[in-house]
Structures are given as structure tokens and as C-alpha cells.
Design a protein around this ligand. Structure first.
Ligand code: HEC
Ligand code: HEC
Length: 458
């Protein structure tokens, strides 16, 4: 083996360390208690050992979601599916977050306003792609940073910051009931490429930054539909529609996401809730690997994300975010903080239902889950040898030549990491334990009709 290997300090070493009461363990394992009481015979991975490892990594059960008023859920659901929020009535939120693709679009990069077709069949007449991959809506109520670069965020005091700055007024933020998630739906309808359209409607003359006017225009649209006036007033008893701003709509969509898309019945969730028999032996073995390797230094907590930003050497494809000499690069978190140390860092992905949500990474450049996991092994070589053939034809020529720069700033945690196929198999077994069966078919989300009467993408 050419370099120090990740798994040399893996499970075997921990078990040996635990058995021997050895204190010379790698730093990341320092939190695992000593003593052999976790190991019950040979190196069989027991539920008890996995619980101890999870605890040491700060991995806890996902909290029960708050009760959300049914009238708010209903309003949010219908808004999310209604193309009334699309400038030219051609996209809704769910056009890119389709129930049939587990609230993603099964594409590397999304296609917004002006596109036709859905999911893998969607095309744009001018070939315009959104720079990033559409993430799923699962368990977002607990995330403090939303979007791949965390540009919508909430601090420990509940203060929300967003790209809108002071245009997001106290009259708006006071409406938010679900943290950062309540603020997030304010933004897709303001983007010309995603929803607003760059011509052909009363909102298309603005720039993406004119959010005050766009939000007012959207409320004006909704106010022309009597059913929406009634639904808003039922969702927010005591407030007249004419006194509401777009935050009332945004918060309702968040209420829908929290209520309908919080999943905590995967085998892993049932295990954390105390069911020793929830995981198969393979899944227990996989969990022990995940919890012993560095994966869980970043993927931890209730969401399996540290809610922080790291560069894990994902290839860059597509139009990018206007960064770098080419304008085709995506500097990730640095676009939010301005700090060069944040260049190429993206938010650690929460992993519930991850089996169902490919392609993977901030730009969907890695199509299969197995390949994403394998990519952590010798990630510098994997990035250099990235195979564009896995992409759809129009994206193959867009792989950006920024690889050396990305590798130079890789998170030190993944430098020198090598995984064997056997370890990757086990990690896949663990990933399979994160799937809530109820997430496999989301057709129940789709309303029969929406107040505008426009067609529904599902
Ligand atoms: C054109 C496709 C498209 C449409 C339409 C769209 N989204 Fe998205 N959505 C995306 C993409 C792409 C991202 C990732 C963007 C980024 O991180 O910069 C995203 C990110 C998000 C996130 C952040 C998830 C996370 O894990 O941080 C949420 C929440 C979300 N969208 C909700 C919505 C809502 C609500 C609407 C409608 C108001 C909407 N989206 C409309 C494509 C779309
Ligand atoms: C240094 C922190 C860090 C470590 C260590 C780490 N990850 Fe990640 N993980 C991330 C970040 C950040 C992303 C998103 C990267 C991007 O899109 O550019 C991610 C993305 C993923 C994804 C893709 C999810 C999606 O929806 O696109 C999977 C799967 C994943 N990690 C699994 C693992 C496994 C398994 C390990 C251990 C072998 C691991 N990670 C180790 C930070 C980390």
C-alpha cells in the first residue's frame, strides 16, 4: 500500500484497542470509552457496541418533528406544486423536486424555466442548466444551513441570514416558524433561471436581486385567486391576506416540508430508538465501519451532517457560479463568506434515504452511490481520473480543469484515505439502513389540483 491507510485505524484497531484497554488510539477515536465491556465474544459487532460508537460520535435519534397546523401544511403543499410561483407558469418547486424522484430530479444539474420534460427527460432549448444538483427535501427542519453553500442560515439565537440582506425585513422573519427552512422558499421564485423566467411576464423585468419587488409581485398574483386568500387566512388565523407578505407563503412551504418529509422510521432510526433487532448483522457491521472511520467525523448528529463545510474533492461540471478565471468554477462556501479558506467547501450532506437520491455531490457529478463512496479512497487520484462518460452527453465536455486547485485544498481528513472493496461493501450496507420505506413512494404528496388550476408536475 502506497500511503497510510484510513482503515488501518479502523474497526479492528478500535476493537483491539478496546480489548487491550490500549490508549494509543487515533485521535478521532479518543471519545470511545476503554474497557472490553462493549465486545461480547470475538469481533462480532453487537447492537451494544454500535450504540456506544454512535454515542461517541454524537449521533443521536432524529427529534420528533413539531406538530404543524393542517391548514398550514395544506397551503404549503399546494404552493409547492403550483406553477403560479413560476414567472411564466411553467415551473413549480416540485418540477425540480419531483415526488417520483424522491423530491429530486434524478439529474446531475437541474433545468429551470423554459425547459420541457421532467427528470432525466428534461431539456432546455438553449441548453441552460442550473449550476448545482437539486437536493431532496428530507429532514431539512433540523438543518441550520440550507443550499450547498449554506447561504440561507440560522444562528444559535434564531437569527436568519440570507442573500437578501435587509430586504428580508423583521415583518418577514417574524413569520418564520421552522428556522432556516422557513426562509429558503423565498429564493427559488426570485431566480430567473430557476422559476421567474428571463422574459415574458410581469416579474421578468427585474434582476434576481430585486427581491422586494418580486415578492410583492408574487403576493399580488396569489391575491387574485380567491381560494388562496381563503387558504392563507385559514393557515394564519387572525391575519388578513392583504396584510401578509411572501414570508407567509415561504413559511407555509416549510411547514409542508417539515410535516410531510421528515423521515425517522429507517432501520437506523428504529435502532436509535432502542430496537436491537432493527438492523441486520450486515447493517450492524456497516454501521461499525461508518462510525469508526472518518465518515462520522463529518456526517454526525441527528441529521448525519455536521452542518459544516468541507472540500471532499468532488469534480466540477456545468456552468458553475461565475467563479475563477473561466467563470465556470464554483467556489462553494467562499461565495457566502468571502473567506479564501472556504474555497471549494460545500455543506456536508445529510444522509437519510441517500440510496434513493442520486446523482451525488453538489453538482451531481458522481452518478452512483457506490462510486461516491469509492471516491473517498485515494480521492486525489479519483478526481484526476474522473470519467465524464457517466454524465449525460451535453455535460461530458463541461468537466472543469480545476482539479489541482481542488486537490490542493482538500480537507485534510480525507488526505491519505484508502478504502478496500470490502469496506465499501459494508458502508453500502450501512447506507441501506438509512432508508425509511415510506420514502420509496411519495406519490401521496401530490395534490389532485392546485388553486390556480395549472397543470401539476409530480
Ligand atoms: C429549477 C429547479 C428548481 C426549482 C424550480 C426549485 N428548486 Fe429547490 N433547489 C434546486 C437546486 C439546484 C438546489 C441547490 C441550489 C444550491 O445549493 O445552490 C435547490 C435547493 C433547495 C433547497 C435546499 C435543500 C438543502 O438541502 O439545503 C430547498 C429547501 C429547496 N430547494 C426548496 C425549493 C422550493 C421550496 C422551491 C419552490 C419555491 C424550489 N426549491 C424550486 C432546484 C430547484
Ligand atoms: C471531511 C468531511 C467528510 C468526510 C470525512 C466524509 N464526508 Fe461525505 N460528504 C462531505 C461533504 C462536504 C459532502 C458534499 C460534498 C460536495 O458535494 O462537494 C459529502 C457528501 C457525501 C455523500 C453524497 C451525498 C449526496 O446526497 O450527494 C455521501 C454518500 C457521503 N458523503 C458519504 C460519506 C462516507 C461513506 C464517508 C466515509 C467513507 C464520508 N462521506 C466521509 C463531508 C465528508
Amino acid at each position: 500500500m502506497r500511503r497510510s491507510s484510513w482503515f488501518a485505524f479502523g474497526l479492528a484497531a478500535v476493537l483491539a484497542g478496546v480489548l487491550a484497554g490500549c490508549s494509543a488510539k487515533p485521535t478521532e477515536m479518543a471519545a470511545v470509552p476503554n474497557g472490553n465491556r462493549f465486545v461480547q465474544g470475538g469481533d462480532t459487532i453487537t447492537p451494544r457496541l454500535v450504540r456506544q460508537l454512535a454515542k461517541a460520535r454524537g449521533i443521536v435519534a432524529y427529534p420528533q418533528p413539531p406538530h404543524v397546523r393542517p391548514a398550514l401544511v395544506r397551503l404549503g403543499r399546494e404552493l409547492a406544486f403550483d406553477k403560479i410561483l413560476g414567472g411564466n407558469h411553467d415551473v413549480s418547486c416540485m418540477t425540480c423536486h419531483l415526488p417520483r424522484y424522491e423530491t429530486g430530479d434524478a439529474r446531475s444539474l437541474s433545468i429551470g424555466s423554459g425547459g420541457t420534460g421532467l427528470g432525466p427527460d428534461r431539456t432546455h432549448p438553449d441548453g441552460i442548466n442550473i449550476p448545482r444538483n437539486a437536493p431532496p427535501f428530507f429532514n431539512l427542519g433540523a438543518m441550520r444551513h440550507l443550499f450547498w453553500d449554506g447561504r440561507v442560515e440560522v444562528d444559535a439565537h434564531g437569527h436568519v441570514s440570507t442573500p437578501a440582506g435587509a430586504q428580508l425585513t423583521p415583518q418577514m422573519t417574524k413569520v418564520f416558524e421552522f428556522g432556516a427552512l422557513s426562509a429558503q422558499p423565498m429564493f427559488p421564485p426570485t431566480s430567473a433561471a430557476e422559476m421567474r423566467g428571463s422574459s415574458g411576464n410581469e416579474l421578468s423585468g427585474f434582476t434576481d436581486n430585486d427581491v422586494t419587488q418580486i415578492w410583492a409581485g408574487l403576493m399580488h398574483r396569489l391575491g387574485t385567486i380567491p381560494k388562496y386568500r381563503r387558504m392563507f387566512e385559514q393557515a394564519y388565523p387572525g391575519t388578513r391576506f392583504d396584510d401578509m407578505n411572501f414570508a407567509y407563503a415561504s413559511n407555509a412551504i416549510a411547514g409542508f416540508i417539515v410535516n410531510d418529509l421528515t423521515f425517522r422510521n429507517s432501520p437506523w432510526d428504529r435502532f436509535l430508538d432502542g430496537d436491537d433487532r432493527a438492523l441486520t448483522q450486515q447493517q450492524l457491521d456497516g454501521a461499525a465501519e461508518f462510525l469508526t472511520l472518518k465518515c462520522s467525523i463529518c456526517h454526525n448528529g441527528a441529521t448525519l451532517s455536521d452542518d459544516q463545510f468541507h472540500n471532499v474533492a468532488v469534480p466540477q461540471i456545468g456552468p458553475g457560479k461565475g467563479n475563477g478565471a473561466s467563470g465556470l468554477d464554483d467556489f462553494g462556501r467562499m461565495n457566502v463568506t468571502g473567506d479564501p479558506a472556504d474555497q471549494y467547501r460545500f455543506r456536508t450532506s445529510p444522509l437519510r434515504n441517500v440510496e434513493l437520491t442520486g446523482p451525488y455531490g453538489h453538482d451531481g457529478s458522481i452518478i452512483s452511490l457506490r462510486d461516491f463512496i469509492d471516491h473517498y479512497s485515494n480521492s486525489d487520484e479519483k478526481l484526476m481520473d474522473y470519467n465524464p462518460a457517466q454524465l449525460i452527453a451535453p455535460l461530458r465536455s463541461t468537466v472543469l480543469d480545476n482539479k489541482s486547485a481542488v486537490i490542493a485544498e482538500r480537507d485534510t481528513l480525507i488526505v491519505g484515505v484508502v478504502l478496500t472493496p470490502e469496506i465499501e461493501d459494508k458502508l453500502m450496507d450501512y447506507m441501506s439502513a438509512l432508508t425509511d420505506p415510506a420514502a420509496r413512494n411519495l406519490s401521496r404528496l401530490t395534490p389532485r389540483r392546485v388553486p390556480s388550476g395549472l397543470p401539476i408536475d409530480k
